[in-house]
Design a protein around this ligand. Structure first.
Ligand code: KG4
Ligand code: ZN
Length: 343
């Protein structure tokens, strides 16, 4: 079964064809990062305009690279939530037009479910149930993946997402947007124990995250030093910050796995590219005898292969979208399970 995936929820216009949910046949990503970098973050209006300009060529290239015509595609999976509403609407409207004119069924795919599916591409043997940490620019969730279309979010951020925290700390340290990768690189040169930063606790849920206090601590550290005319070693701050974020992400995930009786853990989302997180999670999993799955680097950030993969499982479960499909800026993953039969 061939599924065409279309993704436009943020600043990447992407399309891909995936066979049987696991095998990537083509994968095209047109990133807008260079343009948004000028403004220090994603400008929603610019993102929508660039998606409009690029979506036709990106989808055509995905079909061309796959050497398939639309009539050979079994379903079109499109990201409809969550994300920037204007950006989402471009992919949703384009996918609806394609489906209407070709008769190929349309499936609406949740972006976080897509990130989770990135590990199905990289690891053919991975099957639910397992526990997944999704850490990206917009989300930080600990999720029980009970089957291919059912999820229970048991931990979430109360304020900033992990990637957002990376990007804001990076900006304070003078790195360009998005700064997660620069912090990762600087950490390799720095002393991760040079600074003690807070591990904010959240009342009410033992698995929830709070990153805004950590972000403020880095900002205060850097600003206080500069007011005193002191020069901090940027690599040391980056490494200490990254160690702290990783301790928080790994700590909550392992605790949830132990309490929930999970032996298999997956990590996904843009922050899953972080070398410190991958190493720290692997170490913790080895200590507990857990199996860890992380996506290949090219499937960590936003892409449409993960959307096509999840679209395949959603399609098999019987999920379909009609011409009334709309983009949804905010939508919890929990709400999907009630709507979709198990696969
Ligand atoms: O999943 P993604 O591409 O977009 C969202 O759905 O949000 O995630 C983007 C985020 C950005 O915050 C970026 O800085 C972060 O992932 N990121 C990293 C690394 N590579 C990307 N954070 C830490 N270390 C990295 N190597
Ligand atoms: Zn994403």
């Amino acid at each position: 079964m061939y599924v065409l995936g279309i993704e436009s929820s943020c600043d990447e216009t992407a399309a891909a064809v995936v066979k049987d949910g696991r095998e990537v046949v083509s994968n095209v990503v047109a990133t807008q990062i260079a343009e948004h970098r000028l403004y220090g973050g994603v400008v929603p209006e610019i993102a929508s305009r660039r998606h409009c300009e690029n979506v036709y060529q990106v989808v055509q290239k995905a079909l061309d690279d796959a050497k398939l015509s639309l009539s050979e595609i079994d379903a079109i999976g499109v990201t409809y939530a969550p994300g920037l509403i204007g950006a989402l609407l471009v992919g949703v409207s384009f996918a609806k037009g394609l489906s209407l004119t070709s008769g190929v069924p349309l499936v609406n795919v949740h972006h976080i479910a897509g990130h989770i599916a990135s590990n199905y591409i990289s690891h053919p043997e991975l099957e639910p149930p397992y526990l997944c940490l999704v850490a990206s620019g917009g989300h930080s969730h600990i999720i029980e993946v009970t089957d291919y279309t059912h999820y229970k979010v048991i931990g979430r951020t109360r304020d900033d997402a992990a990637g957002e925290c990376f990007d804001k700390a990076a900006r304070t340290l003078g790195f360009e947007y998005p700064g997660g990768k620069f912090i990762d690189d600087a950490s390799k040169r720095g002393d991760a124990h040079a600074f003690d930063l807070p591990h904010p606790r959240v009342q009410g849920s033992e698995y929830d995250f709070s990153f805004s206090g950590l972000k403020t601590a880095v900002i205060n550290l850097v600003h206080n030093a500069s007011q005193k005319g002191q020069q901090l070693n940027r690599d040391d701050v980056a490494a200490s910050f990254q160690r702290t974020v990783c301790e928080i992400l790994v700590g909550n995930t392992i605790k949830a796995a132990v309490n929930g009786g999970y032996k298999t853990i997956a990590v996904a989302g843009g922050v899953s590219a972080n070398s410190g997180l991958r190493a720290a999670m692997q170490k913790a999993c080895d200590e507990h005898g857990f199996r860890l799955y992380v996506p290949e680097l090219k499937y960590c950030g936003d892409n449409a292969a993960m959307i096509a993969s999840q679209g395949c499982y959603d399609f098999i479960s019987g999920k379909r979208a009609g011409m009334d499909l709309n983009g949804v800026a905010t939508l919890s993953l929990d709400t999907l399970s009630a709507q979709t039969p198990a696969v």
